[in-house]
Write a protein that binds this ligand. Structure first.
Ligand code: CA
Length: 226
């Protein structure tokens, strides 16, 4: 996943960065509020997780949380702070942070907390059986079956997409969100793959006479109609 680290203590920043990269994550870092504002403005890097130090060169970063949450609505936000009181923790969570870790912490502990955070908030629900219309999905063997219509031969991404739609019928998923959730990408060039995969999925649903359909509206997103 993509991780944004905002931390003014270079030693801590480096430790987290090295561990995150060795775990295979793509990392972007900044040491200041100004740097963070530039990342927010450019929107080139869409992080899955933001690690935000509470005090950056004397500035309290909690005031930036509303901006962060509106620009990166689907990112998980982890606050790290030397301030370790229940009231300050509550204030950060109230402001929209997803978790709060007091310093000192080990980089390993931080990564474990981040992984837990991403799992907890994942839109990809882990219920094993899901039935909607005449369609049944089984997340254990990743099969999709239409009553009287047989199994749909789905690729892994097609299954993940269909499962996400079926877990949230009627909910509109913007294309960028699907790209992030299913492909772990925020690359505009790759966004065509969403359309292509959904078109394949539609063909398979139709040819097996499923009575659910994936609808879309330009510049809005995709949703499942049952
Ligand atoms: Ca600091």
């Amino acid at each position: 996943m993509k991780i944004l680290i905002v931390e003014d203590e270079l030693e801590i920043l480096k430790k987290i960065e090295i561990l995150a990269e060795s775990d295979g994550h793509t990392v972007k870092t900044t040491t200041s509020v100004e740097g963070l504002r530039q990342i927010l403005k450019s929107k080139v890097f869409y992080p899955h997780v933001i690690i935000l130090d509470r005090i950056l060169h004397g500035v309290d970063s909690i005031d930036l949380i509303p901006d962060l949450k509106s620009t990166f609505a689907d990112s998980r936000l982890m606050i790290v702070s030397a301030v370790d009181t229940a009231s300050e923790k509550a204030r950060a969570l109230d402001a929209g942070a997803d978790d709060y870790l007091a310093k000192p912490f080990s980089a390993v502990e931080l990564m474990a907390r981040i992984n837990a955070l991403v799992r907890r908030k994942s839109l990809y629900d882990e219920r094993s059986h899901l039935q909607i219309g005449n369609l049944t999905l089984n997340s254990e063997d990743r099969s999709a079956k239409v009553f009287d219509g047989g199994f749909l031969p789905l690729s892994q991404k097609e299954f993940q997409l269909l499962y996400m739609f079926c877990s949230n019928p009627g909910k509109i998923f913007p294309r960028d969100l699907l790209l992030l959730q299913i492909w772990q990408s925020s690359n505009e060039i790759e966004s065509k793959v969403v359309e292509a995969t959904i078109n394949n999925l539609r063909r398979k649903l139709e040819s097996h006479s499923a009575n659910v359909a994936i609808k879309n509206m330009r510049n809005v997103g995709y949703w499942l109609e049952a």
